[in-house]
Structure formats: C-alpha cells, structure tokens
Design a binder for this molecule. Structure first.
Ligand code: PEP
Ligand code: MG
Length: 758
C-alpha cells in the first residue's frame, strides 16, 4: 500500500511552525526543528531544505533523515540534479522513483540512495526562487495533490524566513545568500539623473506576522468579503458613465471582472486559507506561483493574462490590508526609490515628493503618463526592467541611473562610492549652472536667445525660479486632464492656469490647448472609433474643433485666469491654416461673451500655432501671417518627417535630427520667421540637448523651450558659442554636393575646437 496518512494535516503543521518561529532559539536549531516537524507531519523519512546562494549554488541547510554531516556541505548547482531543476524551473517535482529521473544526481555524502519517492517544491517569494524544500520516502509512493499544496504552503513560510534575514547568519563568510546578492540590471533610462536610496515596493507585500492564521473560518470570511468588495468595485467602475462603451479601458475591466469570478483562482485562494494561511498570505502565495510561471512563459498573450491576475491580486491585497493614501507616507524612508511593475500617474502623485529619489518600473515607455509626471517632478526614471519587483525587497539599498538605464540593487561598496561621486559631480555642475543663472543668456557674438521651460503640472512651477528660465514656452495643459479621474471642471482648469500665471510673476507663459489623442489617452474620454494609427488620427486641434465645447471651456478658463495679464495660447497639430481660423472664431466668441458680462479680460491675447505636421512647411508664409507666433514641436515634426514612431524603442536613435535633411527643414522655418517678422520657438526635446540647441541657435532660432533641468547645460553651451561662425560652417556643410554631409560630426568638431561644453 502506497497510501500514507498525513499526521495532522497542514493546519497543524502551520500552527507548529508558528510556534517555532516565535520561540527564541538559534537559527540552525530552528531550521532543524522545522524540517523534523515537516517530516513528521507528512510521514516522510526525509525532509531537507536547500537554500540558493548568490553564486547560484543550492546548499543543504537542514535535513531530517539524510546524513546530518552533509548539512552545509552537500551542494548542487542551479539546474543540476532534481533540486537544481526545481529551482531553475520554479516548479514542483513529484516522483515515485526519483533515481529513474534523467536529472537525478547522486550525492554520496547524503546517503539518499535508499529513498525512492521524492517531492520537491521551490521556495518562492514574489515569484523568485530562494531555495528548494524536499520530502522523501523509502517506498515508491505517489504524493497527493493536497500534500504538494501543503508543502508549497510551508515553503512560503520558509521563504519569509529567508527574506527577513533569519538564515543569513548561517551562511559561511563570503558566501552570501542569493537574496542578498548584489544585482545590476539594464533597462531604459526614461529620465535623467542619479538616485541613491532604499527600495519601497509600490505594491504591498505580506509581512511575516500575517502569514499563519489563527482562525481559519475567520480568514475564509475575510477572503470572501474582500473578494465580494473587489467584484463590486469592478462592477462599479464598469457601470460608471465615464467608462467608454468600448475601448481598451473597458476591455481591461471586463477581463478583471471575469477573472475575479474565475473558479480556479478562487479555489486556489480558498485552498491556501484552508491550509492555514491568512487571507493576505493566501493571495500572496497564489500570486507568487503565478509570477513564477509567468517568468518562464514566452507567449505574450499568456503573460498578459497572468499579469491581469497579478493586478487583481494586488487589488485584493489592498482590500484586505485596507491601505489608504495617508498610510503611504508612514514609514517611507527619506530616500525612497519606488519600484513598481506598473503605476498610474495619479498614484505617483500620492507620494510625498520630498522623500522620493527615483522611480523604477518593470514596464514604462518614454511617453507613458507616469513617466511624464515623474519627469515633471524631476525624478530619475528607469523603465522596462523585467523582474525588478521580485528581485527587490523593501529597504534594500538601490542606485538608479536614469542616464544609462542601469539599476544596481544591493550595490557593493565600490559601486556605491562611484555613484556617490557621480552624484557629487552632478551637484557641483548644478551649482555651476546656478551661478550661470544671473548671466544674460547671450552667445559670445552677442546673439540673445530666450531659454524657456516646458511644464504641465503645478509641481513644475518651483522650477521656474530654480532653473532661471525666461518663462514657460510650452505649458502642456493636457497633463491636468491625464492625471484626473474625469474631465477637470472649468473652475479646476481656471485655478491651475491662475496658479501658473501667478507663479510666473510676469514672465511669459504659453499655454497649449489640450493635445489629447495619439499616445495621450484619457481613460474617461470616449473615442468614437478604433484607430489603427492614433498618432495620425483624431487628436489635438482636430479633436477640439470637432468637440468645440472642450475648447470653449478651456478658453474661458484661460481668459478668466489671465485677467489683467497677457495671454499666450497655441494650437497643437495644426495641418491647415483654416483650422487656425476656426479656432480663432471660437476664441473670439468667448472673448465677446466674457466682455459682455464685464469680466476682467487679458490685456492682450497672442495666438500661436505649433508646427508639427509637415504639410505646414509648404505654407510657411501663410502660417506666419495667420498667427502671432509659431512653436516648432520637433518631437512630432521629426516623427512625421522621418515616418518613425517617436515612442517605438527600435526607432529611437535610428534617424538623426542633426542630419542635413532635418537641419534644412529647421533652417527653412527659422528663415520664414525672420522674413515674416514672426517669432519662432522650438519646444521639442531637441531644445534641451546642448548639441542640438547649439545647431538651432546657429540656424536662427532665438527662443527655445526645454525641460527645466536642461536650462543649465544649454546656457553653459550658449555662453561659449559664436553663432555666426557656426552658421557659416553649417551652411557650408549643408551646401556640399555629393554624399550626405556629416553635419553631426561638424557640430561636435566645432564644439571641441571652441571648447564649448556639450
Ligand atoms: C512636440 O511634438 O515636439 C511637442 C513639444 O509636443 P508633445 O511632445 O507634447 O507632443
Ligand atoms: Mg507634439
């Protein structure tokens, strides 16, 4: 008979483990007693725990049944033997005759040759393997499903022991556990800057005291209540009027609703609670198993589905732990570096800015909302860093380098001091830039250039004084819409615009009317059709002319907020001059309306257009005559001229905006501005890089607008530049016949010869 009776079942075992965890004893003794308890409870002759070390070796840490002399001596490499296979694949192995398995490796020191049946489970935490827990029997028995489940549950408790550092003292000097291993990753730098600090996991993680339940029925009830509220909250979100009838947001919510009722998921949660875990620990366990499987999954569709379950798990944890925004600040270190799989822009704004040093995301693109907001907050950001969450523990030391996209987790001393030096160097440079702040922004040959900054939220405003910008050249009004849960009311818009103008204290501010559509999606706004090419679709001025109420409300808010001051407004994504005329009619009507009711009006109104669509290049004179000023949106203009998606990682850097083709376009625009006496600004990313800013000034731009952090470096360049001399060099290079001139090379050589800091 192969059937074996478990002595007391998993609940009794977990209760015993809880007592052992609470008792005061040496870590080795605690481990020895734990494996003895497990063996006894599961009626197994052997129970062994292997722990994964930083050098990818699994070391036997405790055993009941194998030769006690082999503890800390028996070792297997990751992927080697049954234990190594379990660790590498993060999956359990349940074998009636282990020695017949092709991966079986014989370790003579352990004396395990007399055992046949074998059950091993990975010790997982947040999807990451920390070790392997094994039971063995002499007979060729088949372990039952509930026994596998029980062993996995126990493994979770052990994972927590490893994670809390309980076992670290058992490691030989110089041989760290894998969990403490310094790890470096490379992702994508999404915002410049270096942050040194300590990990704060954005999503809650279960704490050890919560793992083992005292009262199973009460935990079951908590789980059911939380599941009930989770389902209700999803239904509630779905029934809200502002959720589009169709579209991505709705599809995601519907998938959530389906999953929240998924019988398999709910059954696994219930089983974990029935086995003696608390409701939180049960969610964490099911999540951890899923994440481990997700890591080994290549099918993108399946990964996506798994990550939906993961999100749902996080929501459920929040329900159970009742964590609200005010608890966020509690216990947050002063140098917090947020690590998240994904995060909404509004969630980031919930954290107190003064305690944040950087942001790390497992996903994230340069144009994702949270990244735009992080940039506005001046936080270094690294994104597209798979595995960042499971590799990190709250409180781990971490360094984030937004420049080259490197993240160093638990860095070694030398890495830390190198970065501390880098931070000091940056601080010295910042000091230098601050000293430049009062110097007139003029080239060596006397060309005055306005250095303006881009902004979009009230968090940006302090940067105006800090950076020494001459004003705000681009205020992206859509950001307020993007971080809100619904359309900001007219009064809210007006309040923000007034706040901006007050902060600007007389410096000019150019407000851009909402530029939504394309990659700037408002979850509460119902797009009428599915778009194959959103960048070329219903966006910006096209959308606001079709929905004039949006433009009217915004214009009224702007006009009221600018009472007694000059108001500068510009229109995004203009393609035809007639669009400017139509917008002007709407604006004029608002002005008439407000003056009829004796509102305090702006002293003057300047209307501008953004030059982002190539079609305008063949109507430059008409354009310049139709507006008071033009602002080149080089991000979009370059994407359309080169037909390369600005948010696509494989297109990034593929074509060069400093090539003769694009430089000629820019020169043509600047010339048209001079010819028509129309002021021309450029407010795309090109303005913020010293090399391209240098080219812009040489080509005739007298005003450029950039991220506030770029003003210092650009000014340092400007003060050393002879614009006339560079213009001659560039004109000559662009006039060369034959092979395409290396204009970027000309720019770098010029800077080197003239000691211009780039
Ligand atoms: C641009 O396109 O260059 C621009 C400044 O606008 P945005 O980046 O907001 O599209
Ligand atoms: Mg644009």
């Amino acid at each position: 008979m192969n059937r074996t009776v478990t002595a007391g079942g998993p609940r009794v075992l977990l209760k015993r483990l809880r007592e052992l965890l609470a008792a005061v004893m040496e870590p080795q003794e605690r481990l020895d007693r734990i494996v003895r308890e497990i063996a006894g409870n599961m009626v197994a002759e052997v129970c062994s725990l292997y722990v994964l070390r930083a050098d990818s070796v699994l070391e036997l840490y405790a055993t009941e049944g194998l030769n006690p002399g082999s503890v800390h001596l028996a070792q297997l490499k990751l992927g080697e033997g049954l234990v190594g296979t379990i660790a590498a694949s993060a999956r359990a192995l349940n074998l009636t005759d282990a020695q017949q398995h092709p991966a079986f490796a014989y370790l003579p020191e352990t004396g395990e040759e007399i055992y046949h049946s074998f059950l091993g489970v990975p010790v997982l935490r947040a999807g990451r393997t920390l070790g392997v827990l094994v039971v063995q029997n002499r007979t060729m028995r088949q372990y039952r499903e509930d026994e596998v489940e029980a062993l996995e549950t126990v493994a979770m408790v052990i994972a927590e022991m490893i994670a809390t550092g309980d076992l670290a003292r058992l490691a030989r000097p110089g041989v760290e556990l894998d969990l403490r291993r310094p790890t470096s990753f490379t992702g994508k730098g999404l915002n410049e800057g270096v942050g040194l600090g300590h990990v704060v996991l954005h999503e809650p993680r279960v704490v050890v005291t919560n793992l083992v339940s005292e009262d199973i029925d009460a935990e079951q009830e908590r789980l059911e209540t939380a599941l009930g509220s989770l389902r209700l909250s999803i239904d509630d979100m779905l029934s809200r009027r502002d959720v589009a009838e169709e579209g991505e947001h709705r599809a995601v919510l519907e998938a959530y609703r389906m999953f929240a009722n998924d019988r398999g998921w709910v059954r696994r949660l219930t089983e974990a609670v029935r086995n003696g875990l608390t409701a939180e620990a049960a969610v964490e366990k099911v999540q951890s198993d899923m994440r481990a499987r997700m890591m080994h999954m290549t099918d993108p569709y399946m990964r996506e589905r798994m990550s939906d379950f993961d999100d749902l798990g996080n929501r459920l944890l929040k329900q159970l732990m009742g964590r609200g925004p005010d608890q966020l600040a509690e216990g947050l270190p002063k140098d917090a570096i947020l690590v998240a799989r994904t995060m909404g822009a509004a969630e980031l704004l919930d954290y107190p800015r003064e305690r944040l040093r950087a942001l790390v995301l497992e996903d994230g693109a340069p144009t994702s909302h949270v990244v735009i907001v992080a940039r506005a907050m001046g936080l270094p950001v690294v994104g597209q860093l798979k595995g960042a969450v499971s590799m990190s523990e709250n409180g781990d030391a971490i360094i984030v380098d937004g420049e080259d996209g490197r993240v160093h987790l638990r860095p070694q001393g030398d890495v830390e001091s190198a970065y501390a030096e880098k931070v000091r160097f940056r601080a010295r440079r910042q000091q230098l830039y601050r000293e430049l702040r009062e110097r007139p922004s003029m080239t060596k040959d006397g060309v005055a250039v306005d250095l303006l900054m881009n902004a979009g939220l009230s968090v940006d405003l302090p940067q105006l004084a800090e950076s020494g910008a001459a004003g705000i050249g681009l205020f992206r009004t859509e950001l307020q819409f993007m971080v809100a849960a619904q359309f900001p009311r007219a009064e809210e818009q007006e309040r923000l615009y007034r706040e901006v103008m007050v902060a600007a204290a007389g410096k000019p501010v150019t407000f851009r009317t909402i530029d939504i559509g394309g990659d700037k999606v408002l979850p509460y706004f119902n797009n009428v059709v599915h778009e194959e090419n959103p960048a070329l679709g219903w966006r910006a001025i096209r959308l606001t002319l079709d929905r004039p109420a949006l433009l009217r409300t915004q214009m009224r808010a702007l006009l009221k907020a600018a009472g007694g001051r000059e108001l500068r407004v510009m229109l995004p994504m203009v393609t035809e001059i007639s669009e400017i005329r139509q917008a002007r009619e709407i604006i004029d009507r608002e002005v008439r309306h407000l003056s009829k009711f004796a509102h305090h009006l702006p002293t003057s109104l300047k209307l501008g257009a953004m030059l982002e669509v190539p079609a305008l290049l063949w109507q430059l004179d008409e354009l310049m005559n139709a507006v008071d000023f033009v602002s080149v949106g080089s991000n979009d203009l370059f994407q359309f001229i080169t037909a390369s998606d600005r948010g696509h990682s494989m297109m990034a850097g593929r074509f060069d905006p400093m090539s003769p083709a694009f430089l000629r376009v820019l020169r043509q625009i600047a010339d048209a501005g001079h010819r028509n006496h129309t002021s021309v600004t450029l407010c795309g990313e090109l303005a913020g890089r010293p090399i391209s800013a240098m080219a812009l000034v040489a080509l005739g731009f007298r005003s450029i607008s950039m991220a506030p952090a770029a003003i210092g470096p650009v000014k340092a360049m400007l003060l050393e530049l002879d614009a006339g001399k560079l213009r001659a060099r560039l004109d000559a290079a662009m006039a060369e016949k034959g092979a395409e001139a290396d204009t970027r090379g000309v720019l770098t050589a010029f800077a080197a010869e003239n000691e211009i800091p780039l």
